[in-house]
Design a protein around this ligand. Structure first.
Ligand code: SF4
Ligand code: SF4
Ligand code: SF4
Length: 206
């Protein structure tokens, strides 16, 4: 059986979710388990479908219409003067390619941006453009034509994984905090009940 990691190695790491999964690794898992067909990655295009067909012995088919079409490399550009610093684009970016703080203008780290477009629809003031990417920025050519393309995909994978780890850690600490609050509330209730019992006992003795 072909491993999800081998399949993931053939995917462009744009992390755009156009395959219908939460990133390239999740789509790779779905192919490996037989849940998903191999023709759902528009950034990878027909050449990637062909490589996946050779790896998995599945039949190559045109990219599924519901996933959209391949696009030329693009890179996000924020019109900073119009940015209101809402941070929604930072939360949407799968590879941490946007920097900024609340109520401050935001900017894109161009050589980290994969051109996934996930930041565009969340911007409330529509100040993110997606111009064609120059050399070395935006989504890499895929399948890779140069070692730089392969390195940029590997870097996008690392940024995506680092973000996922951070999100899991934040989620754990939020649920720990919720658990602590519930524990404290339970303690308060227990103490209140014990005090009520003690008062009732005293009342009976007087
Ligand atoms: S590049 Fe986009 S469509 Fe292709 S596998 Fe990754 S997340 Fe899915
Ligand atoms: S900045 Fe680039 S990588 Fe991040 S969400 Fe926007 S298009 Fe995607
Ligand atoms: S979503 Fe738009 S307005 Fe909000 S921080 Fe990002 S670029 Fe600025």
């Amino acid at each position: 059986m072909v491993s999800a990691a081998d399949i993931d190695a053939l995917l462009p790491q744009t992390q755009c979710r156009r395959c219908g999964y939460d990133g390239c690794a999740a789509y790779a898992e779905a192919i490996a388990s037989g849940e998903a067909d191999i023709n759902r990655c528009p950034p990878g295009g027909d050449a990637t479908v062909q490589q996946l067909a050779e790896l998995t012995a599945a039949t190559a088919r045109p990219i599924a219409a519901e996933c959209g079409t391949a696009w030329p490399p693009k890179v996000a550009f924020i019109r900073e003067a119009e940015c209101i610093g809402c941070t929604r684009c930072i939360q949407a970016c799968p590879v941490d390619a946007i920097v900024g703080a609340a109520k401050q203008m935001h900017t894109v780290i161009a050589d980290q941006c994969t051109g996934c477009e996930l930041c565009v629809p969340v911007c409330p003031v529509d100040c993110i453009d997606m111009p064609p990417a120059g050399t070395g920025v935006g989504q890499p050519h895929w399948p890779p034509q140069t070692t730089q393309d392969a390195e940029r995909a590997a870097s996008a994978r690392e940024h995506f994984q680092a973000r996922q780890k951070r999100q899991h850690r934040d989620q754990r600490s939020r649920s720990n905090r919720r658990g602590n609050r519930a524990e404290q509330a339970q303690k308060k209730q227990t103490i209140a009940a014990a005090m009520a019992r003690a008062r009732a006992k005293r009342g009976r003795q007087e």
